[in-house]
Design a protein around this ligand. Structure first.
Ligand SMILES: C[S@@+](CC[C@H](N)C(=O)[O-])C[C@H]1O[C@@H](n2cnc3c(N)ncnc32)[C@H](O)[C@@H]1O
Length: 277
């Protein structure tokens, strides 16, 4: 990636290498980067509004779009949309368990949560206690890991879906790539990642306050390539306030996607405007 970037304090960078050298140049700087990220969230109240930076009202639109995306994925990748399978998901950077409670727990029999900020994880534990859930007892939050992504290695082939929303910006590029490489081993055959993230218009934007980076779509695609991951499906989030970053959902797989329905593609192409000869 050779595009430049901008920091919240106005500092401009020629490219990501220059920014990462300054921010996480050596091991002690890297620890400082991660500590500052976690400290920022330690000072935030453990509520949906807190983890969404005061934008708690986007929760419904976020979950609705995520649910449509997840339903399409389950239908494409599992026979009978996953019904009859024992499905397991991991919610990464889960905060107070918002995504699990509103979405994942209705589709996955077990959901594990991974979150480095202990007061968020404790709130998630309460929010996801069986008496606070509107699902049958064959759906439950199973494990609560108080760890950051860069230190986590999943159990081999445990997950059908690893959901990573609004937290990957905390990881430096090298840790991003090594996280996904390790996490691939945590997917069951046919399993997939969903990455839902803010997208910069170009290059990247560094947030000095919470130590996170918002990457562009092409920056993400370059990193997916380094991880050996393929985009199975992607979709733009609609209906968020204009002042927010654009948000995209990427479904990522270890295998190269095939054309799902070639006959449909052929049929559709007949309906394209023809050239008048
Ligand atoms: C914007 S909140 C999103 C929470 C949740 N994913 C959601 O959508 O409701 C960002 C979350 O990332 C977590 N986080 C910060 N650094 C992290 C890291 N290195 N690894 C994993 N999560 C991290 C924060 O503690 C916080 O819970």
């Amino acid at each position: 990636m050779n595009a430049g970037g901008l920091a919240s304090n106005g500092r401009q960078f020629k490219n990501p290498d220059e920014m990462w050298r300054e921010e996480v140049g050596d091991q002690s700087k890297k620890s400082e980067w991660y500590n500052k990220g976690v400290s920022y969230w330690q000072g935030v109240e453990a509520t949906v509004d807190g983890v969404l930076g005061g934008y708690g009202h986007v929760n419904d639109a976020d979950i609705k779009a995520s649910e449509a995306f997840l339903n399409a994925l389950l239908a494409e990748r599992f026979t009978n949309a996953g019904r009859g399978h024992h499905l397991v998901a991991l919610d990464c950077g889960s905060g107070v368990g918002r995504v699990t409670k509103n979405l994942l727990i209705r589709y996955f029999n077990e959901v594990d949560l991974l979150e480095p900020v202990s007061h968020f994880l404790e709130a998630a534990r309460g929010n996801l206690a069986p008496e606070n859930l509107l699902v049958s007892d064959s759906y439950k939050a199973a494990n609560f890991y108080c760890l950051p992504l860069q230190d986590f290695t999943p159990d081999a082939q445990r997950y059908d879906c690893i959901w990573i929303q609004w937290c990957i910006g905390h990881l430096a590029d090298d840790d991003f790539v090594s996280f996904f490489k390790r996490a691939k081993g945590g997917l069951k055959p046919g399993g997939f990642f969903v990455l839902k993230e803010n997208i910069a218009r170009a290059g990247f934007v560094l947030d000095e306050e919470d130590k996170s980076v918002t990457r562009s779509d092409s920056y993400f695609k370059e990193l997916f390539n380094q991880c050996g991951l393929h985009i199975w499906k992607m979709k733009d989030q609609k209906g968020f306030p204009d002042e927010l970053f654009a948000v995209k959902m990427y479904a990522l797989t270890t295998e190269i996607p095939k054309i799902v329905n070639p006959s449909k593609t052929r049929r559709q192409s007949k309906n394209r405007p023809g050239v008048i000869k």
